[in-house]
Design a protein around this ligand. Structure first.
Ligand SMILES: Cc1ncc(COP(=O)(O)O)c(C=O)c1O
Length: 373
């Protein structure tokens, strides 16, 4: 299979480690290893100090899977498979899909969630959102119309990158009923799980509610621990997980042993990470709302209800990509244009998870004023 280049990742590769400011990152600032280790229980400290750097279990260590299991209602240890998020996605698509299959997926979306299916030779049907004054919504009636008896897989991502959309519980259950009635698999990317901006319970994992779903979560977004490269699939469908495990033998085989221990500590202290990340995200959303009120002619924005990103509409004479290019060249601010999502040329993603967000906004404001936007 020939895979098309991953536009978002190529864009980040160009700027992430040399542009002065990042305004579109979807993860929160990375935590230091000292801080993570500072949260360890005595037993975890002992595991860390005595760690042998051999292979680990392909499915993930038992302490890690136990720490993962705590955050699900109904998932057993043998219904969890640890793997990096990108690998999980790649393998799952290869295990579930064949040329000619029909796949329903959200648009815009993180490219690997549809590109692999496309390059396998599947037919994609796009579930597109409605946009109104910067607010985004995906309609359950629309997805119902897209799913047919030929649909093999539905791919969803809530909280959604880039729009920050999540359905409410009633809509979520409606979606599950639609999928169950059509007997289709669902791949539910839950990488931004628990990043809810309003009090109240988060959506349950799809894998807790629907027997033909496979959910993905990991440490990159919710925790601010992208460098661990740890993610995991959860599913009631043990056959699918076994097939993913068999495929994984040809890729990473198992995860990094130090990362597994650090991820275990993080999962056992979820609230610590959530509180810090959500505070930052919420404060930055307030700042961005104020900022937007000064530039209403240029950009549409409505605060998202979940996640660490928003997808703003830009009212420009040129394209979002040209705007992004000028911004990074003149002020060193990297902003991700919608072209990288293959979703037109009038939007850009904003990321709220960074400490220096106020400083970046000040530089952006100068840029907009200097250029009379
Ligand atoms: C929706 C979604 N899924 C999966 C991933 C992959 O996560 P990771 O970067 O940890 O591999 C990302 C990363 O941006 C994402 O936004």
């Amino acid at each position: 299979m020939q895979l098309k280049d991953f536009a978002i990742e190529r864009y980040f590769a160009k700027y992430e480690f040399n542009a002065k400011y990042m305004l579109s990152s979807s993860d929160c600032d990375g935590f230091s290893m000292a801080e993570v280790l500072g949260l360890a229980s005595e037993a975890e400290k002992n595991d860390w100090l005595n760690l042998k750097l051999g292979y680990t279990e392909t499915r993930g260590s038992i302490p890690l899977r136990k720490a993962i299991q705590k955050h699900y209602q109904n998932i057993e240890l043998d219904e969890i498979l640890v793997t990096s998020p990108g690998e999980a996605n790649f393998v799952l698509m290869n295990v579930l899909l064949s040329k000619g299959d029909e796949v329903v997926c959200m648009a815009p979306m993180y490219q690997s969630l549809y590109q692999i299916a496309k390059d396998i030779g599947c037919t994609l049907k796009l579930w597109e959102p409605r946009e109104s004054n910067g607010a985004w919504a995906y309609s359950m009636a629309d997805v119902e119309n897209l799913i047919s008896k030929n649909t093999q897989l539905v791919v969803v991502n809530f909280p959604h990158n880039p729009t920050g959309f999540s359905p409410n519980l009633e809509e979520y259950k409606m979606l599950i009923d639609i999928c169950r009635n059509n007997d289709v698999y669902v791949f539910s990317d839950e990488m931004y799980r628990f990043l809810d901006h309003t009090p109240g319970p988060s959506l349950p994992s799809m894998s807790d509610l629907y027997e033909k779903s496979i959910s993905l979560w990991g440490t990159s977004k919710t925790f601010g621990l992208a460098g661990l490269r740890i993610g995991w699939l959860t599913s009631k469908d043990k056959t699918v997980l076994q097939r993913v495990e068999n495929f994984k033998d040809y890729l990473s085989i198992c995860s990094s042993a130090p990362s597994e221990i650090l991820a275990t500590i993080a999962l056992n202290n979820l609230d610590y990470f959530l509180k810090r990340n959500l505070n930052k995200i919420q404060q930055n959303i307030v700042l961005f709302s104020k900022f937007q009120s000064k530039f209403t002619n240029l950009l549409d924005f409505a605060p998202p209800s979940t996640s660490s990103t928003a997808f703003i509409k830009l009212h420009l004479n040129g394209s979002a990509e040209d705007f992004a290019q000028k911004l990074v060249e003149e002020k060193g601010i990297m902003i991700l244009p919608s072209e990288a999502f293959e979703y037109g040329n009038t939007h850009a993603r904003i990321g709220f998870g960074r400490e220096n967000f106020p400083e970046v906004l000040a530089v952006l404001e100068d840029f907009l004023n200097d250029n009379s936007y």
